[in-house]
Write a protein that binds this ligand. Structure first.
Ligand code: GCO
Length: 477
């Protein structure tokens, strides 16, 4: 057993924060080289899927009765989106879903995770249901089923009717009623055909980036609004789960969380503590209340402010009776102490550290996925983990109808190797979904970062399977 293996076995490495005390970069464990594992190593029931989201792919922003979403509105504010882009057309999934589902099938995936656009279903946010909106997802679901692909629905992947955002969105407690109504409608509508449901996509991303950093819709920069959005999103997550449970017999219910592996920049006490505070926000804030542990306020005292938002019964209502947790991992975060109030920690950017990065500047660090899976497996209440998103953006070039994205293939091999290592050590990780089947609209970064297994020419909207898509086709066959 080498030093690293020993650290992992003894659980020392599992704390993450202590690891770099013992290991320098050269010691990092090596992943199994290409071809050293095969699909069968993951077991016969392992779930292989791809993941996408409504606003990022559909386009058709004002067709067939859909109302304006918070992102439609936000993307029109000058300066909010790179190059002034928006997702009015996106990948035109609204019209091209049959082709895209055929492509998913051609790459030998068995699951398609997609989200439902709330403003397509309830254009006024609540009240009248738009039957054409309902029809669209029936067609998507039916196409999946006829292609032998299991549809997995994300209920909320960040697009809400602008009419509700204008009333405060996630920072208004009424969101609990608004959201519950929406969940009632779609679970009753699709529950007989769809058994796998994820209530939310990355609460931290839409609350933190939307209400605190202001880089996502609705572009607010308010600690107070952020706190409210955290608490109400926590309540909605659990309540959404209860509604799915009630309306969909035999449902498999989860939610998906943003994750990053946090380590301190060095072993100074103050930086270790800063990393712990950052970890509390980035990895613990939304899972711990689901488990009845409350918010991680011992590590991050500012979270005590959340208590002032509690109403009678909230503590119990925050508990989420889920079947699985979706892990969404892209990069590692290195933290150091900072005097900025609140988290009192800041990130040491990958660019300052000279490490491999994706085209958005996130560090490519496969073993971080292994550590996150181990970390989550240590929560007593989590029975089942699925990697519901993992992927990378590369400056792809289309050449004679081909995209030679070797970097992306290596990324997948190394991250799959990390998943397998966790699985072999007893972590109950039961699936892996790639973000994303096709290139699409990457929020405030617009169309520049390409995450797809399939290249989309955004001028013609034609699709081309990249080498990474062909790699999966072979690997999954
Ligand atoms: C997210 C979302 C996706 C992103 C993906 C790549 O996690 O931000 O779920 O919508 O596009 O993660 O950044």
């Amino acid at each position: 057993m080498d030093r690293r293996e020993w650290l992992i076995k003894t659980g020392i490495a599992g704390t993450g924060l202590l690891l770099s005390r013992y290991l320098d970069a050269a010691d990092r464990f090596r992943y199994m080289p290409a071809g050293d594992f095969v699909k069968a190593d993951f077991g016969p029931d392992f779930k292989w899927g791809v993941a996408a989201a409504s606003y990022q792919t559909e386009g058709a922003w004002n067709l067939d009765g859909k109302s304006e979403s918070n992102w439609d509105y936000f993307s029109r504010i000058p300066g909010k989106i790179k190059n002034g882009e928006n997702a009015d057309v996106a990948a035109d999934f609204y019209h091209r879903y049959p082709e895209d589902i055929e492509l998913i099938k051609a790459m030998n995936f068995k699951i398609f995770r997609f989200s439902v656009s709330w403003p397509r279903i309830l254009p006024a946010g609540t009240g009248a249901v738009n039957s054409k909106g309902l029809d669209f997802y029936h067609k998507v679901i039916d196409k999946c089923l006829s292609a032998g692909i299991e549809p997995w629905i994300t209920i909320y992947h960040w697009d809400m009717p602008q009419v509700l955002e204008a009333q405060g969105g996630w920072a208004n407690r009424k969101i609990i009623d608004w959201f519950s109504e929406y969940v009632e409608v779609i679970t009753k509508e699709y529950g007989s055909k769809v058994k796998n449901w994820m209530v939310m996509n990355e609460q931290l991303s839409f609350t933190g980036n939307g209400y605190m950093n202001g880089v996502f819709a609705p572009g607010r920069k308010s600690l107070g609004a952020f706190m409210k959005s955290v608490h109400y999103a926590t309540l909605c997550n659990a309540e959404g789960g209860r509604i799915v449970r009630k309306n969909v017999p035999g449902a498999n219910i989860g939610t998906t969380l943003a994750n990053t592996y946090v380590e301190p920049v060095d072993q100074k006490e103050k930086n270790i503590k800063a990393a712990a505070r950052m970890d509390a926000i980035m990895n613990r804030l939304f899972i711990e209340p689901c488990l009845g542990m409350g918010y991680p306020e011992d590590t991050l005292p500012i979270l005590k402010k959340l208590k002032s938002l509690y109403e009678d019964g909230d503590e119990a209502k925050m508990i989420f009776d889920f079947d699985f947790i979706g892990i969404q991992y892209y990069y590692r975060t290195i933290a150091k102490n900072s005097i900025i109030p609140g988290m009192r920690a800041k990130e040491v950017m990958a660019s300052e550290r000279g490490v491999p990065v994706n085209s958005m500047g996130g560090e490519i660090y496969p073993e971080g996925l292994y550590h996150i899976l181990k970390k989550f497996s240590r929560y007593k209440g989590i029975r089942n983990l699925i990697v519901t998103e993992n992927g990378t953006c590369v400056p792809d070039k289309l050449e004679n109808g081909r995209v030679h994205d070797k970097e992306r293939i290596d990324y997948f091999k190394n991250h799959l190797s990390a998943v397998l290592k966790a699985r072999r050590e007893g972590v109950n990780v039961t699936g892996y979904f790639v973000w994303s089947p096709t290139d699409n609209f990457e929020w405030d970064s617009g169309y520049t970062p390409r995450f797809g297994l399939v290249y989309v020419d955004f001028k013609t909207l034609e699709r081309y399977i990249k080498d990474s898509g062909l790699w999966f086709k072979e690997f999954l066959k």
